[in-house]
Design a protein around this ligand. Structure first.
Ligand code: GLN
Ligand code: ZN
Length: 769
């Protein structure tokens, strides 16, 4: 394939870059500042140095326009809150006293003041701080940070484009401030917010910005006519002003859909669209609005959320079809590179053969540059890059790692019966009652017990070779003994082993499955200074050996009470990893499910009668557009049923999810066909119990009566009161007594006291039945 050169040279750009630095210098500096070991001045110097290095690196790689303002000490949505002056009342004094400390107080809270709530940024694993807005909110422009960072980049002689969260997305991500009515809609503040954005834009222009990017990812979700109207109004208003830079409105994570005609008509100079997640839909929609005559189109053709090398020829083909549709076409990653690790070349433990399949931020940047070059000058200008890319793709497609015949034929042979228990729920429930002989209101926990410093040290010692496997495992067994003894003494009915052997609920399994890779430096920001290293599900997945059986069996050997086996479910395994892009997600989920199914069956064969398969990510993975949800839920629930479908009727399958709002997926939860579900409920006063009842949920459920997110110990009275509330929605025959979630982040003292109170509460309420 040859592509003719574009009329105007295509520019290469990205919307944002990983903030942490090659050695997570930013995390270290910020945490040092919190501990008083790093001065504010030193923190600022470190941050400015990291920004400079990133810009230089981008420019040296051939990026024509570097992003500015995407850098953050904690979160870019919080930065926007500061930029528009929407400081919550309770933080005002702190912010006025010291801007930096006030900023961190909003992010993390202080002894006396609660932080802003944190939630997931669309369907990524990045968390942002939720703006709190009410009818009394007064916005004031503070462009200090944006202007300063722009000037830094300009001073390096670079073409720079400030990036801000757009006004519509900002309002749509906000929630009602504490004093406001619960149904207050922040979007009603748009007219008040627009002049503030206009001010910031004018300041940026005065500081030398030619273009400014306003990110509007909220417009790729289903939006009401009123919301679309607001978007149209916002960009007419901002566009009609004269003292402004040129505006690039950016969308990503999905298709723009009905928002595309709205933005296409708006008096802005450019639009950025995602051509990875939603290439077909966006292409079609662009053609049907007659393209973007007179506008700049930035085409996100390199996936900013996965870790795989781009198919350069395919991307060039997409870019080629876009050429006629806009005044100029530039090339970008589909979204900020914040969501991928920094540099695949830093990985020393991944085989070179596999490493060439991987592209982290640095490699993606090079891909964007290559594509822009190919688009501008024709494929002849990038012959060598195209040849190398073809070889990398072929190596991946033909590798036995990505194509394991045994795994594939097993997955292909799955029948509907495999994903179905042998008896319907009601019959199983009776068999389980007879087999387990539990009291009414049985007590249990969600799995993990406190991960003590000792355990973490032992794991670090093992990794560093300071202790051997035998010593480490001895340490784990000692912990299990303690956990089991405590639960027996306390009178818990269904015990757990406490998960002391697990570094993380996904990584632990990924390390033992074939087809999964671990990285050494693949850190990705989860929130603030918390970074995670998601495993990479690179190939066909299978389980060479049992992963948890010996630990559960050991715990069971210590007690006559049932010990619950504990696994992470297939959907959560996918959600918290980087998944392959060369087959549908449902295919990968099915492979993981079959591997976990072997584990479930082995647990049962080893004498485990209660097995919990955690799926806390079932809801967060829900597609952004409602039209895509049924398809997702179909494969997601099938994967769970495939994991658990092979056990006897009298083996009890539990599942756990840690969120309180799940009204929109009750049917899907029912479709999992689990016997028992535990959910977060303590803070919402058992709201989930009422929601389950309202939907006629027929199974056993344990709405949490102990909020594990704080060290606070609930009294037995309080837990009993929650149980009585639960009983008004769920009959005693189907109600379980448990905490909201696992206890790994808690200390032993409060865990002990809380669980003793939980058992006492169950006893009290049982005696009232
Ligand atoms: N079994 C896990 C634990 O207790 C569940 C964690 C989770 O739901 N996130 O830690
Ligand atoms: Zn949980």
């Amino acid at each position: 394939m040859t592509t003719k050169p574009a009329a105007a040279a295509a520019r290469a750009t990205v919307y944002g870059y990983p903030r942490q630095g090659p050695d997570r210098e930013l995390k270290k500096a910020i945490e040092g500042y919190w501990k008083g070991r790093v001065t504010a001045e030193a923190l600022r110097t470190t941050a400015a140095g990291l920004r400079r290095v990133n810009w230089r690196r981008l420019a040296d790689a051939g990026i024509h326009e570097v992003p500015t303002g995407d850098f953050s000490y904690y979160d870019h949505v919080l930065d926007t809150t500061v930029a528009v002056g929407a400081i919550p009342e309770r933080h005002r004094v702190a912010v006025e006293t010291d801007a930096l400390d006030g900023y961190f107080a909003m992010a993390r809270g202080t002894q006396d003041v609660a932080p802003l709530e944190m939630t997931k940024w669309f369907d990524t694993n990045y968390h942002y701080l939720v703006p709190e807005l009410g009818p009394d909110t007064v916005f004031t422009a503070d462009s200090t940070k944006q202007v300063a960072e722009l000037k830094e980049a300009l001073a390096l002689g670079l073409a720079a484009r400030p990036v801000l969260v757009g006004p519509v997305t900002y309002l749509l991500l906000a929630k009602p401030a504490p004093g406001a009515a619960a149904d207050f809609e922040p979007l009603t503040l748009l007219d008040r917010l627009l002049p503030v954005y206009a001010r910031i834009l004018a300041d940026l222009r005065a500081a030398g910005a030619e273009w400014v990017q306003l990110d509007e990812p909220a417009l790729v979700q289903d939006r009401s006519p009123a919301e679309l109207n607001a978007a149209g109004r916002a960009y007419r208003d901002l566009g009609d002003r004269t003292d402004r830079p040129r505006l690039l409105v950016a969308s990503y994570f999905d298709r723009l859909g009905e928002a595309l005609p709205v933005l296409a008509k708006a008096p802005v100079e450019g639009l950025a669209l995602d051509f990875t997640e939603a290439a077909g839909a966006n292409l079609q929609a662009l053609a049907s609005v007659g393209g973007l005559p007179g506008k700049r189109l930035v085409a996100g053709v390199v996936n900013g959320r996965n870790v795989w090398v781009n198919d350069l020829s395919a991307s060039l083909a997409t870019l080629g079809t876009l050429l006629g549709l806009a005044d100029r076409v530039d090339v970008a990653a589909s979204c900020s590179l914040l969501h991928v690790p920094l540099d695949a070349a830093a990985e020393r433990d991944i085989e070179p053969q596999i490493l060439r399949w991987l592209a982290f931020a640095r490699q993606k940047t090079a891909e964007v540059v290559t594509l822009a070059k190919g688009l501008s000058r024709g494929t002849g200008a990038i012959t060598a890059e195209l040849a190398a890319n073809r070889a990398d793709l072929a190596s991946r497609a033909g590798s036995p790692i990505t194509r394991d015949a045994a795994v594939r034929s097993r997955a292909a042979a799955v029948t509907a019966a495999d994903a179905r228990r042998s008896q319907p729920y009601a019959e199983r429930a009776a068999a389980q009652r007879a087999h387990l002989r539990l009291p009414l209101l049985p007590t249990t926990t969600i799995g993990s017990f406190p991960q003590t410093g000792e355990l973490r040290t032992a794991r670090a010692d093992l990794r560093a070779g300071r202790i051997g496997t035998a010593a480490y495992e001895q340490r784990v067994r000692a912990e299990i003994q303690e956990v089991v003894a405590f639960q027996e003494k306390t009178g818990i009915d269904v015990l757990v082993h406490g998960e002391p052997e697990r570094n993380d609920m996904v990584q632990y399994f990924a390390e033992q499955l074939t087809g999964c890779l671990a990285t050494q430096h693949g850190w990705v920001q989860s929130y603030g200074t918390r970074y995670v290293r998601p495993p990479i599900l690179a190939g066909d997945i299978s389980r060479p050996e049992p992963m948890t059986v010996r630990w559960t069996a050991y715990a069971q050997s210590l007690t006559s009470r049932p010990v619950k086996g504990m696994l992470t479910g297939p959907v959560t395994m996918l959600a918290w990893s980087f998944v392959r892009d060369d087959q549908p997600l449902g295919e990968t989920a099915r492979q993981v499910a079959l591997a976990l199914r072997d584990e479930v069956n082995d647990l049962e064969a080893g004498g485990t009668s209660v097995i919990q398969v955690d799926e806390p990510a079932l809801r967060e993975t829900l597609p952004l557009r409602a039209a895509d949800r049924d398809g997702y839920l179909a494969w997601a629930t099938e994967a769970f049923r495939l994991t658990t479908g092979g056990v006897r009727p009298d083996t009890q399958i539990h599942t756990h999810m840690c969120y309180a709002e799940f009204g929109d997926i009750v049917q899907a939860i029912d479709d999992l066909d689990a016997d028992v579900i535990s959910l977060e409920a303590a803070r919402s006063h058992m709201q989930v119990a009422r929601e389950l009842a309202a939907h006629g949920y027929p199974r056993e459920a344990g709405p949490g009566v102990y909020d594990i997110h704080s060290p606070r110990v609930p009294s037995a009275r309080e837990a009993a009161e929650l149980l009585r509330t639960g009983l008004r929605a769920i009959p005693a025959e189907r109600l379980w007594v448990n905490p909201d979630c696992g206890l790994k982040t808690r200390g032993w003292p409060e865990t002990r006291a809380s669980l003793e109170n939980l058992v006492a509460a169950a006893r009290t309420v049982r005696s009232e039945l």
